[in-house]
Design a protein. Structure first.
Length: 410
């Protein structure tokens, strides 16, 4: 990709949230194929000839060249071998660049959804027809009953299939939570432990951490204001947006002042948010060279900070509105120094608002007591055990997510 112009590399980087097979074509002012590269074979283009007319080899560009406008996006173009690609055309000087980004999975998913909707409509029509037959002729009762039983079996099988899909979605969502970490950041030895437990098959809590260079550890913990599939999709979008910023050219600056990263994500989530879904979020960046934590709370529960001497503080500074509520929302950050033995506990309200059979809340005081008296390795597991004991058999009422950052001796 080093031969692409910077403007195209930046544009491509902004589009990439998952790895997709990419190929590129360079067409000169005479509409000759000047060069090509990337995953050409994936699109059946391994045999294209450089120096030959582009339109004679690239049938999918018929009618698009020469460019009438640029940049130009032609979504989900059908290629050879059942493959589909999004075409991005860009004029750079007198050269036309064509990027092919694989869209087969997106196209196939849309087709499957259309087929499912069609199958469901047919099933509903069949049930209605059976009901009319039962009312019209008692003589056809036995036959109609058999058809109804068959239809019910189809529904049962469909329900089982959907439950299996939800179980798979839960597995994929839980896989987004990173494993525990113990290592060096800057000049500090740190450990990070996380927990994620959706209340339903899938949930709306987000927990993640990643590194910017060798000195900066970024912590993310969020809570979508809902549960279930809709909240899970909102969570996945929010997670992808933050992960996208991780590879942004200005990622160190954005996360050292996390209010800037939060502001950018909020603007994206708030635009066209017709469902009025929002996300409370805690974004923190630990600088292991300066032993300093900078954090921004977007409507989220204040974290708990246990000092090495056992004193527990609440980090309730900084903040702003939850993400997605208002495009122009303002955010602030706050700073706190961390020393050896200090522990930072970030939770969602699924812990503090857990209820016992009498509908009493677990509360934040119990959380502070847990970290104050029994901090250290295994704190999250012990805290969850206390929540389960407090619920005394009550079903989990909300998604649970938590993260523990410990600064240890080098």
């Amino acid at each position: 990709m080093t031969r692409l112009p910077a403007v195209l590399a930046d544009r491509l980087q902004a589009l990439m949230y998952d790895e997709r097979s990419i190929a590129w074509l360079r067409i000169d002012a005479c509409l000759m194929l000047a060069d090509a590269g990337g995953h050409l074979a994936h699109y059946g283009l391994a045999s294209v000839c450089r120096g030959e007319p582009a339109l004679e080899q690239l049938y999918f560009l018929e009618g698009l060249l020469p460019l009438a406008e640029t940049p130009l996006l032609v979504p989900s173009v059908e290629l050879l071998d059942g493959c589909a690609a999004d075409l991005h055309l860009h004029l750079h000087g007198d050269t036309i660049w064509v990027l092919l980004i694989d869209a087969t999975a997106v196209r196939d998913a849309a087709r499957r959804m259309q087929q499912k909707a069609y199958d469901m409509t047919l099933l509903e029509e069949k049930e209605a027809l059976l009901n009319r037959r039962l009312e019209a002729a008692h003589a056809a009762l036995v036959a109609a009953h058999r058809e109804l039983v068959a239809s019910q079996e189809l529904i049962r099988l469909e329900l089982e299939r959907k439950q299996a899909e939800l179980a798979e979605a839960r597995t994929l969502q839980l896989a987004l939570a990173p494993p525990a970490f113990q290592g060096v950041v800057g000049r500090c030895s740190v450990s990070v432990d996380v927990v994620l437990e959706p209340a339903k098959e899938v949930g709306g809590d987000l927990v993640d951490f990643f590194f910017i260079g060798d000195d900066l550890l970024v912590l993310l913990l969020g809570d979508v204001a809902n549960k279930g599939a809709g909240a899970a999709l909102m969570m996945a979008r929010t997670h992808a947006l933050f992960r996208g910023l991780m590879v942004h050219p200005e990622a160190p600056r954005l996360f050292k002042a996390p209010e800037e990263a939060v502001r950018m994500i909020n603007a994206t989530l708030a635009a066209g948010n017709s469902g009025c879904m929002f996300v409370t979020m805690l974004v923190a960046a630990f600088d292991g060279t300066a032993n300093r934590l900078v954090y921004t709370r977007a409507g989220h529960v204040p974290p708990f900070l246990r000092r090495a001497d056992g004193v527990v503080e609440r980090l309730n500074g900084a903040g702003g509105l939850p993400l997605g509520l208002m495009e122009g929302a303002a955010y602030r950050s706050a700073t706190v120094d961390l020393g050896v033995g200090d522990e930072l506990l970030i939770v969602t309200d699924g812990i503090s608002e857990a209820m016992d059979p009498l509908l009493r809340l677990f509360g934040e005081e119990r959380i502070a007591e847990a970290i104050g008296h029994r901090g250290g390795l295994g704190l999250l597991d012990r805290l969850l055990d206390e929540v389960r004991a407090f619920e005394a058999g009550n079903a989990q009422s909300d998604d649970i997510a938590a993260m523990l950052l410990t600064v240890a001796p080098v």
